[in-house]
Design a protein around this ligand. Structure first.
Ligand code: COA
Length: 378
């Protein structure tokens, strides 16, 4: 067998052949199935984009109507899932609640007919439809309230915002939220997608695939960064304190949350779109000091770290948008998961089409031939 050089984090090593998305990190380009993210953000909807990612081409209007109809009518979660969620500690992180609930779906739909297109369609629809309901349900239940039933009259994003607040959301807020979902739906071989593909390669069920990806997304170096961005903006507190705060971080060699990317060496194109959405929201609903702090941070970080290719990533402005929509900080990552489920399912399907179980090797750097020491002699 060919022996390759060990690369921590598998940096630069292809883990799959994929036609789902593409990133050009030098030029700041992101494409889903060949279509630029800017075009999808302007013209598409999240469910249409999910269809594109999962089935490889844009749906016809008939196909889209049918898909939207199926998703709309599968939004309710089983009362036994709700009862299970009621037992979760209210102090627990919503990502942990989501991971457990997504895995629990596999208990109810345990058939594994992985090569049957009807089974695949069912699982895709069920996961896309119920993940937002589970996120909203936990949010209400941890505050001691009953979950809000999904509203069949509202589209995907408006319904999610409605389930969180029991109020019909403003159309601009719903559209902006929907664009956020488009922007987070897929991003090549990131950690959670890799995790999804590894799990898929064992031929387990799609609920286990999504649950393992949700667990991977939760860490602060991946999806969890946007929560930390808001905490950081709160800690900084004013535009005047940005420079001293950043200088202190750099001196301590601390990572600045929401900046830097393994692939992008220019500004993440999703950050540019999100910044524009944040501006639209602030124009309609009133300005916010955190936005001014964020803009100043971007300026100072570029001055200090631009030469290393450190620019804002998707998490930098997404937190600001969600906070302005009134979404609690610890729901930011579950919302990332709502979107990324589309990408994970596309990768699940692609992995199954040409499956080989992942089984990498390792470089053993431990000892050999060590004698067992009796416990009283240690
Ligand atoms: N703040 C300050 N310096 C940073 C930085 C950040 N956010 N991200 C990278 N750097 C610096 C590193 O210190 C390193 O400097 P050095 O060469 O002088 O040691 C250099 O840039 C390369 O960084 P490295 O950690 O090797 O990059 P990576 O590709 O392994 O890491 C991330 C990518 C995303 C993990 C990293 O940028 C990070 O931790 N960012 C903050 C968390 C975040 O926003 N995550 C969301 C990603 S979408």
């Amino acid at each position: 067998m060919m022996v390759c050089e060990y690369k921590p984090g598998l940096e630069g090593i292809p883990a799959a052949e994929s036609s789902i998305s593409n990133v050009d990190g030098q030029k700041g380009i992101l494409e889903y199935r060949g279509i630029r993210i800017e075009e999808l953000a302007e013209k598409s909807t999240f469910l249409e984009t999910a269809y594109l990612l999962i089935w490889g081409q844009l749906p016809t209007s008939e196909e889209l109507k049918e898909f939207e109809h199926e998703v709309r009518h599968h939004r309710r979660i089983k009362y036994r899932i709700r009862d299970m969620m009621k037992c979760f500690p209210e102090s627990g992180h919503p990502m942990d609640a989501l991971q457990a609930s997504a895995a629990a779906l596999g208990l109810f739909y345990s058939r594994r007919d992985l090569h049957n297109p009807v089974y695949i369609r069912d699982a895709v629809v069920r996961l896309l439809a119920t993940i937002p309901t589970m996120v909203a349900a936990f949010q209400l239940m941890r505050k001691g309230n009953d979950p809000v039933r999904p509203c069949d009259d509202l589209d995907y994003s408006a319904n999610f915002l409605y389930m969180l607040s029991e109020k019909e959301p403003d159309p601009l807020a719903s559209r902006i939220f929907d664009v956020c979902l488009i922007l987070h739906a897929e991003h090549t071989m990131n950690a959670s997608t890799f995790s999804a593909r590894v799990t898929a390669s064992t031929l387990t069920d799609p609920y286990a695939v999504v649950a393992s990806a949700v667990g991977t997304l939760g860490g602060p170096l991946h999806g969890g960064a946007n929560e930390e961005v808001i905490q950081m903006l709160e800690e900084i507190g004013s535009v005047a304190k940005v420079r001293p705060y950043l200088e202190d971080c750099l001196q301590r060699k601390a990572k600045i949350m929401g900046f830097g990317h393994r692939v992008y060496k220019v500004k993440d194109p999703r950050a540019t779109i999100l910044q524009d959405l944040a501006q639209q929201l602030f124009a309609k609903f009133g300005s916010d000091k955190y936005y001014d702090i964020a803009v100043e941070m971007e300026r100072v970080v570029e001055e200090k770290l631009g030469h290393k290719g450190i620019y804002p990533n998707v998490d930098f402005y997404s937190g600001l948008v969600y906070a302005k929509l009134g979404i609690p900080t610890d729901l930011f990552t579950p919302i990332f998961a709502i979107a990324r489920v589309a990408g994970w399912l596309a990768h699940w399907k692609e992995q199954l089409a040409e499956n080989r179980i992942f089984r990498p090797t390792q470089v053993y750097n431990g000892q050999h031939e060590i004698a067992y020491t009796a416990i009283e002699e240690r």
